[in-house]
Design a protein around this ligand. Structure first.
Ligand code: SAM
Length: 248
């Protein structure tokens, strides 16, 4: 998959993406991440990318010239998304959608990072294909958001995660949070790993994990239960068998 990123702080993205899972994906050629410095597309000696807002007000705004120039000379894979708080909310389903672009005609997608007070509106109107937000809060720039998007998408690409199965039963994939994990020691400071996970009965383990994922999602993220259309009859029977007081 190819992902192009446009930023005034390429070193932030280079550092983050050169180690661990992303670093390996890049070295293995699974992820073709191209990070472009918007200042390389400037024409003045100061390499300016921002200017004061028309109409006055605090802060500076990224000026359209270098942004258009950088994108037009690169011809990056589309869609090109501007990162910003008003964009479409990035979640696991969007990550899966973007990972699917690896197999599409463009072979990927691109991200444009804002800074300061934001980006000249003509960039939204005439350069990008859409906007992505990673949540209802305001960051200082789009780089951290780009890193979130790149990591969430990349780990869905075939060959990036060591164990392909681990991406399939994770939180959100089935509309539920993931079940709890434990590793050695079996007894840590008197807190024991549930017996069911230690007895080797895979059917019981599977059932326990399903139950815990359901209970955890009902308790901690009831909105996810609503979004997936509620609890199936089979799931309700599982819940009732474990805890008859927890009726729908
Ligand atoms: N003045 C803008 C506003 O009130 O909506 C905020 C600008 S913010 C300080 C600077 C840049 O950070 C934005 O242009 C955007 O690229 C990025 N950014 C901030 N919050 C973000 C979020 N929740 N998701 C994605 N990008 C964000």
């Amino acid at each position: 998959m190819r992902i192009d990123v446009f930023t005034i702080f390429p070193e932030l993205l280079e550092g983050f993406s050169s180690v661990a899972l992303l670093g390996r994906a890049r070295r293995d050629g699974v992820l073709d991440l191209r990070i472009h410095d918007l200042r390389d597309a400037t024409t003045d000696a100061r390499r300016s990318v921002d200017d004061a807002p028309f109409g006055g007000g605090a802060g500076m705004v990224l000026t359209p010239g270098p942004l258009f120039q950088a994108v037009e000379t690169t011809d990056p894979p589309r869609p090109l998304y501007l990162l910003g708080p008003r964009g479409r909310r990035f979640d696991q389903s969007v990550a899966e959608e973007l990972a699917g672009l690896a197999a599409g005609a463009s072979g990927g997608f691109s991200l444009l990072c804002g800074r300061y007070e934001g980006v000249d509106e003509r960039v939204s109107d005439h350069l990008v294909d859409g906007e992505l937000s990673i949540g209802d809060y305001v960051l200082a720039g789009g780089e951290a958001a780009a890193m979130v998007v790149i990591e969430a998408v990349s780990r869905l690409l075939p060959g990036v995660m060591g164990n392909e199965a681990s991406a399939q039963d994770e939180s959100f994939t089935s509309g539920l949070l993931e079940y709890p994990h434990y590793t050695r020691p079996a007894d840590f400071r008197g807190w024991e790993v549930p017996e069911v996970l230690r007895n080797g009965d895979h059917a019981r383990i599977e059932r326990w994990r399903r139950l815990k994922a359901l209970q955890r999602t009902i308790d901690e993220r009831p909105d996810l239960i609503v979004a997936r259309g509620g609890i199936s009859d089979e799931e309700q029977r599982l819940l009732d068998a474990e805890d008859p007081d927890r009726s729908s």
